[in-house]
Write a protein that binds this ligand. Structure first.
Ligand code: F6P
Length: 341
């Protein structure tokens, strides 16, 4: 078989583990030819092909980023995009296409599947918000980086008696904020799932600093917003792919907290540091497992499915069931972050 492979959307650590697994098992075990497309769906539209063999995957397991390159590009949102994808796949005699991506890439995959191409999705996003899977590639590394950052910010917060705001990624879901906030012992965690009340934050900080502490850590997801009808007015600023203007909510909160409490306040925007560098063992393992599951699925004629971690197992879910849905942080996890404040 000739199997196409692309990585789309924002990069994450662990993508190369998935590529490597597809190539190793696909070529080594099944004798397939693996055809990589450069820069996500853009490469399929442009016919930008990179054949993948053992040579290309040597020593890539511990590396971050994606050796195929990536882009935020959705063929179904560009005129003639779907037709160009179909033409390239036909010209390259692709029997099935493995798409590694987050919500945007997987949504595009479901559109291409509707046009008759056998497609397999692999979920990746540091945001961890792909519906149907317990974890997506990249999330564990991002949480590890964010937790280390919070640990480091703790010592300087305490030395200077400051309120420190740490803004982490997470547009629609606050997985990174909540989990790194719990792991790093943040006093306040703000996630998109639970719009906040700035009056309560003010009361909490004043009480804490009066009663027993001279510093506080506030972890805020970039997509966090104030609750309607509360005192702070703020509108999320987004780019054309829904990406949020980095630092906007962090800076806004800093001004608000400083004005209301008088406490010296600083902001750290972790930004793309969360997506860079070497993947954790967990992300290498997840990428490898998803890669193997995807090529196994192709080989056994399963298509239009996504690999998903469900408990201990990797399962296949219908891609149409997944597309367009967001996996939010559950109430019990939000409650843990609140309880430990
Ligand atoms: O891929 C998800 C994500 O990391 C979001 O958390 C963030 O809003 C966005 O990507 C940033 O996108 P870009 O890399 O295009 O600036």
């Amino acid at each position: 078989m000739r199997v196409g492979l692309l990585t789309g959307g924002g990069d994450v650590p662990g993508l190369n583990a998935a590529i490597r697994a597809v190539v190793k098992r696909g070529e080594g075990e099944y004798g397939h030819q693996i055809i990589g497309f450069r820069n996500g769906w853009k490469g399929v539209v442009d016919g930008d092909v990179q054949p993948l063999g053992r040579q290309q995957i040597r020593n890539v397991l511990p590396t971050g980023g994606t050796l195929l390159g990536t882009a935020r590009f959705h063929p179904h949102r560009n005129e003639g995009g779907v037709e160009a994808v179909l033409a390239t796949l036909e010209a390259e005699r692709i029997d099935a296409l493995i798409c590694v991506g987050g919500d945007g890439t997987l949504h595009a995959a479901s559109k291409i599947a509707e046009a008759g191409v056998p497609v397999i999705g692999i979920p990746k996003t540091i945001d961890n918000d792909v519906w149907g899977t317990d974890a997506s590639i990249g999330f564990d590394t991002a949480v590890t980086i964010a937790t280390e950052a919070i640990d480091r910010i703790h010592t300087t917060a305490e030395s200077h008696n400051r309120v420190m705001i740490v803004e982490v990624m997470g547009r629609h879901a606050g997985w990174i904020a909540v989990t790194s906030g719990i792991a790093g012992g943040a006093e306040i965690v703000l996630a998109p799932e639970e719009p906040f009340d700035i009056d309560k934050i003010e009361r909490f900080l004043k009480h804490r600093h009066r009663a027993h502490a001279s510093f506080s850590i506030v972890v805020v997801a970039e997509g966090a917003v104030p609750a309607e009808g509360t005192a702070m007015h703020y509108e999320t600023q987004v780019g054309k792919f829904g990406e949020i203007v980095a630092g906007a909510i962090g800076e806004r909160l800093k001004v608000e907290i400083e004005q209301r409490t008088g406490f010296d306040t600083r902001v750290t925007v972790l930004g793309h540091v969360q997506r860079g560098g070497i993947p954790t063992a967990a992300d290498r393992i997840l990428g490898s497992r998803f890669g193997v599951a995807a090529i196994d699925a192709v080989t056994h004629d399963r298509s239009n499915v996504m690999t998903a971690l469900r408990g201990e197992n990797v399962e296949l879910l219908a891609i149409e069931e997944v597309a367009g849905k967001v996996k939010h942080v559950p109430a019990d996890l939000l409650a843990v972050a609140r309880t430990l404040a």
